[in-house]
Ligand binder design. Structure first.
Ligand code: COI
Length: 349
């Protein structure tokens, strides 16, 4: 073991029943934490979950130098515990950190921390089929200084909350053609806090109009579909699974990649390319069966029932035989260890 992680468990363990608790509200009993100073990650440790003490001058509070990941641990059918695709999450974390001028966490430290943390919190992993432990590795700039600069100090942490369905029903989504999530050369491909903060205003306005989510379009033309607020977007039209190509303005989603890989393996034609809202509109107007769904770690697959393009509302296909459910089930079977994990996605504890 390269890293010696000190573990101070709670004296008395108490696992809460979280089935009816909304996503992200109930932390587990512990957290992993390490501080970066003088070019080194120091005192990595797992401690009882507690609030952070930060100076009001802390850089991340003012300038948004923060990056996070979202990943999941599951119980497998044989009772073992599986963290799904931690290496892909780690790689994306590193890419986000680089874009935000933040130091990388060595892979061995990331993996060791994750392993020990999940092992300590196994009682918090829901046993139900639709449950998982949502893991949130994240880093914040912690130098206490108001000057606008790259921080010299950071905190890297992992905390977790039990999770069930992120969306409880099929979504009504609006194609957004005024506000922008990300422009070329910006931070769209990074999982940084600012991308989410900047989306709140348009999201709030869409909510007031009765929508559950926004479908972002490109910053230049507002013609091309990019991603949704909390997930990537996929369509299934005429026997083809279509999703916007990774252009630098959208997130390289782990669920997106898993679904594309499994679709190809199961003989489904896939296309990663530009998708315009006009193309979708033409498909709807031609009476085609259009499936539209979000794909993300928290959401897994989020069926879209109604898609609003301009002042028109179109009904998407959400019937039981929809391709999105077949893909969701295929993903489930791999994660549970029911089907063969031919890509080594499962990190089994
Ligand atoms: C995820 O799917 O893991 C996300 O990060 C989306 C959201 C919870 C912010």
């Amino acid at each position: 073991m390269e890293y010696n992680i000190a573990v101070s468990p709670q004296k008395e363990r108490k696992v809460a029943d979280t089935r009816s608790v909304p996503f992200g509200l109930q932390p587990t009993e512990h957290m992993f934490i390490t501080e970066y100073a003088n070019g080194e990650w120091q005192s990595p440790r797992i401690v009882p979950f507690e609030n952070l003490v930060l100076s009001p001058l802390t850089l991340s509070l003012h300038y948004g130098q923060t990056v996070f990941e979202g990943m999941k641990a599951f119980y497998m059918a044989d009772g073992k515990i599986n963290i799904f695709r931690p290496e892909k999450h780690y790689n994306r974390f590193c890419q986000s950190l680089e874009r935000m001028c933040m130091p990388k966490v060595p892979k061995a430290l990331f993996m060791e921390a994750l392993h020990q943390f999940v092992q300590l919190e196994t009682d918090w992993i829901p046993q139900e089929d639709d449950g998982s432990l949502y893991l949130r590795p994240f880093m914040i700039a912690s130098e206490a200084r108001l000057g606008v600069k790259v921080s010299d100090e950071y905190i890297f942490m992992i905390c977790a909350t039990p999770a069930y369905a992120y969306y409880s029903k099929p979504l009504t989504v609006k194609v957004e053609t005024k506000y922008v999530r990300a422009a070329e050369g910006g931070t769209g491909a990074a999982k940084c806090g600012g991308n989410y903060g900047a989306s709140f205003y348009p999201f709030q306005k869409a909510k007031e109009e009765g929508y559950d989510q926004i479908l972002w379009t490109d910053a230049k033309t507002h013609q091309l579909i990019e991603e949704s607020g909390t997930m990537n977007i996929m369509f299934y039209i005429d026997g083809t699974l279509i999703t916007p190509a990774l252009s630098g303005t959208i997130l390289d989603g782990v669920t997106r990649d898993s679904l594309l890989t499994m679709a190809k393996e199961n003989g489904v034609k896939t296309e990663e390319r530009q998708v315009s809202w006009k193309e979708l509109q033409d498909a709807f107007e031609a009476g085609k069966r259009v499936e539209a769904f979000g794909a993300g770690t928290a959401a897994v697959i989020a069926p879209i029932e109604t898609l609003a393009i301009g002042d028109k509302q179109y009904q998407c296909y959400i019937g039981d035989d929809a391709m999105m459910y077949q893909l969701r089930d295929a993903l489930y079977r791999v994660r549970k260890g029911i089907d063969k994990d031919s890509h080594g996605w499962n990190y089994v504890l």
